[in-house]
Design a protein around this ligand. Structure first.
Ligand SMILES: NC(=O)c1ccc[n+]([C@@H]2O[C@H](COP(=O)([O-])OP(=O)(O)OC[C@H]3O[C@@H](n4cnc5c(N)ncnc54)[C@H](OP(=O)(O)O)[C@@H]3O)[C@@H](O)[C@H]2O)c1
Length: 243
């Protein structure tokens, strides 16, 4: 049973939709964002269960900040579920025009962040002998998208971390899934493709509902699977390849 969840990238988009829904279900939420910039607006979206939410700033691509975050949270509560949702979309650019620094930023923000949060989450889960990890990748993490090579490459690797986490922990009650949303109507999509395009995409609230179904078992999938949520439905479930 899930009583507490850590959600990264909680101040906007999918992370905020998850925060609102978990809080409304009476689950304690540790809501993390890089800055405080969107907290006021985010809090105004939480109609009930606001007391369930504790906000933290943490740049999840920085190990010392992630380590301190876990220390602070664990002083007050155990942790049942961790959702690696924070991400960076960057801008549309072909490989030949992408500066190395921009490529490295994607790896740092979309991959090192998932590695770091998983690292400290797994220390907790191993100790408790139980836990649930959700890593948010993207449709672009299942097939490459032109002009999003750096983003795609960073997101492909997220599934590898999920699978390795499952394979390394067969002796505890541990589950991990990769979730690959298609386009969602969030700021990231607006920044990349414009407001008109974003308005045609699935809502982050719909994707949050599907993630909750994966967590509570309403939509059962095998441990380590990659779940594609696209065009407002669960589009595909790709099982984890064996040894
Ligand atoms: N939107 C789409 O169409 C789409 C499609 C497929 C997959 N995804 C993935 O879904 C996830 C959520 O995307 P979204 O569209 O909801 O994003 P978004 O609207 O851009 O929101 C990003 C959130 O992540 C936080 N964040 C970014 N970098 C961070 C860091 N280093 N440390 C801590 N927090 C950080 C931001 O906080 P600050 O504002 O304080 O920086 C913000 O709360 C991402 O992993 C994204 O790649 C999105």
């Amino acid at each position: 049973m899930i009583e507490s969840v850590l959600i990264t990238g909680a101040s906007r988009g999918l992370g905020l939709a998850l925060t609102v829904k978990f809080a409304e279900n009476g689950i304690r939420v540790f809501a993390v964002s890089r800055t405080r910039r969107h907290w006021k607006q985010a809090m105004s979206k939480i109609k009930s269960g606001a007391a369930q939410v504790t906000w933290f700033t943490c740049d999840v691509s920085k190990e010392f900040q992630v380590k301190a975050l876990f220390q602070k949270i664990l002083r007050t509560s155990p942790l049942d579920l961790v959702i690696n949702n924070a991400g960076y979309g960057g801008r549309l650019e072909t490989i030949d025009k992408t500066p190395l620094g921009e490529f490295e930023r994607h790896i740092g923000q979309n991959l090192c962040s998932v590695f770091l949060v998983s690292k400290y989450a797994l220390r907790v889960f191993k100790k408790e002998k139980r836990g649930f990890l959700i890593n948010v990748s993207s449709m672009a993490g299942t097939r490459a998208v032109p002009k999003l090579a750096a983003y795609s490459a960073s997101k492909f690797a997220v599934a590898a971390l999920t699978q390795a986490a499952v394979k390394e922990n067969p002796d505890i009650s541990f589950r991990a899934l990769t979730v690959c949303p298609g386009g969602m109507n969030t700021q990231m999509r607006r920044d990349l493709f414009g407001a008109e395009d974003a308005a045609k995409q699935q809502t982050p609230e719909f994707v949050a509902d599907k993630i909750i179904e994966l967590v509570d078992g309403t939509f059962p999938v095998e441990n380590g699977a990659c779940v594609v949520i696209r065009h407002s439905k669960i589009w595909a479930v790709m099982p984890m390849p064996g040894a």
